[in-house]
Design a protein around this ligand. Structure first.
Ligand code: SF4
Length: 379
């Protein structure tokens, strides 16, 4: 998968939430309007420090994630304006993550007027008892209403996030969620399984929660049910965890999988530029101090040696369900070491990878066990 050397993306991290979800491991802080306003100004300043590096580049996608960006839409519009001074945004995919409980007509109107053309709604599940169990603040009805309002306002590119392997989740929950999805005007869907990460309140209760998680066989059957039903609804699985209607793949996420450079703005955001990965300080006060004094707020930098970068990129390419041309990959990004080619052959023999005409791709079994395939490609 190739991209023009001028293409790049921007990710803006807005770390404010009304309440921290018990499974969340992101850097988030309680929402306060005054803090959100001041933070917007800081991100503008930060962009000011970078903008000269990107003159004559093409901004393929601009993504506002969090946190809960939908708590302060005026800030998003101000940032689109500021970044828009440097680029023609008419063909840029501009996505905002929205929490269902914020999904009013006013919110979508404001975002549309501000230039947003894609919304990603954190639905998670359409079962109220499960939503409560994972500490979400919205109901299934609020999600349905938010999606319909968004479409009515005229933002027709709508993605939802769904979660699988939730404590207490059954086949009936999945079937119900899929039945609701059938009725909704959505174009894209990302499906993640719950991860119980250290530092979260779920982690403290993990022993109890783990007893309630669906067993491995049941979890796999539920996933297969999702894949089959989504295909039948016209969603094509184009990446391990992403499904899209025709022409609606996420340009932004696609960039991560093909190694398109991206700049992260805001506290804790990651960037990947010139084979270097770096992260901003994950603390709003320290981030503010740096930006206010005209410095970048970088916490760590990691120059990936060319081989490590190449192998990471290889594993990311294998996330693409249709596969990719290994020869074009090597012509564009560099030649793989012999051991990697041997490993690919082994994975092929184990029927985790297959060759379809000129493309290398995961088999359905490989896609189900990608967490085991990826480390073998990287090492
Ligand atoms: S709304 Fe999203 S970012 Fe905020 S706490 Fe919940 S999961 Fe984390």
């Amino acid at each position: 998968m190739l991209f023009s050397p001028d293409d790049f993306s921007i990710y803006v991290h807005l770390p404010f939430c009304s309440k921290k979800c018990p499974y969340c491991s992101f850097y988030v802080i309680p929402f306060q309007i005054a803090k959100a306003k001041a933070y917007t100004d800081l991100v503008k300043k930060e962009w000011g420090l970078y903008r000269s590096l990107f003159t004559s580049k093409k901004l393929t996608s601009l993504y506002f994630g969090g946190g809960t960006p939908s708590l302060y839409p005026e800030g998003i519009c101000a940032l689109i304006n500021a970044i828009g001074e440097d680029f023609d945004l008419s063909r840029t995919e501009i996505t905002v993550e929205v929490n269902p409980e914020n999904g009013s007509q006013k919110l979508f109107d404001t975002l549309k007027k501000g230039g947003v053309n894609r919304i990603s709604i954190g639905a998670q599940t359409f079962d109220d008892a499960l939503l409560k169990k994972i500490g979400r603040m919205h109901t299934a009805k609020e999600t349905i209403d938010a999606i319909n309002r968004c479409a009515l306002v005229g933002i027709s590119n709508i993605s939802i996030d769904l979660m699988s392997e939730l404590p207490g989740q059954t086949h009936e929950h999945i079937t119900h969620t899929l039945d609701v999805i059938k009725t909704l005007p959505i174009t894209h869907l990302s499906l993640y399984n719950l991860q119980i990460e250290p530092g979260t309140s779920f982690y403290k209760r993990r022993k109890q929660l783990e007893k309630e998680l669906p067993k491995e066989k049941v979890a796999s059957e539920m996933l297969i049910n999702c894949f089959t039903s989504l295909e039948a609804m016209g969603f094509s699985r184009y990446e391990i965890s992403a499904f899209a209607k025709e022409g609606k793949i996420s340009k932004h996420n696609f960039g991560y999988w093909i190694g398109r450079p991206f700049l992260g703005l805001g506290a804790s955001s990651f960037s990947y530029l010139d084979k270097e990965r770096f992260q901003n300080i994950p603390h709003i006060g320290k981030y503010a101090k740096k930006i206010d004094s005209g410095d970048l707020a970088i916490n760590f930098r990691e120059k990936l040696c060319s081989q490590a970068a190449l192998l990471e990129l290889l594993a990311l390419h294998f996330r693409l369900i249709k596969g990719f041309d290994l020869k074009a990959f090597q012509d564009h990004h560099g030649y793989l070491p012999k051991e990697s080619l041997v490993e690919i052959e082994k994975l092929e023999k184990e029927q985790l990878i297959e060759k379809r005409k000129d493309l290398f791709a995961l088999t359905p079994k490989g896609a189900l066990f990608f967490d085991e395939v990826a480390p073998r490609l990287i090492h």
